[in-house]
Design a protein around this ligand. Sequence first.
Ligand code: FES
Ligand code: FES
Length: 157
Amino acid sequence: MSTTTTLNVNGKDHSVDAEPDSMLLYALRNDLKLHGPKFGCGLSECGACTIIMDGSAIRSCVTPVSAAQGKKITTLEGLGTPEKPHPLQQAFIDEQAAQCAYCINGIIMTAKAFLDHNPKPSRDDIKQALNGNLCRCGTHMRIVRAIERAAKHGGQA
Ligand code: FES
Ligand code: FES
């Protein structure tokens, strides 16, 4: 039976009618029309659906809506805008890190949570942090350089 859940997303409260065990990714994409989080595998294996919940990068494809009640959620849309990109988004543009870009939103959200906790990472730290995010295009080195660039320019802000 569907129930009403309040989701705090990108600083605003939204009421969503959903089965409590339905996945947060669907509520974000279908109800709130936030298409930053992508559906990749649906099995917590690729990272395309990554968002930030209470400061941690999580996989919205395996997180039930009920687990998000009362939490602060940030999606890619909560970082920057095309006119004023977040430093991390700007670094990805500057390094031309995206090819098809399907993985990139999840990688940026993973990197955001990571840099917030570790603002001066080594290259190995970055690789380790991105271990669970798959990129079928193989732009890994550009992605790592983009995160290094963002860290240099205070991308954790
Ligand atoms: S879609 Fe969630 S980890 Fe792949
Ligand atoms: S840029 Fe295409 S999957 Fe990563």
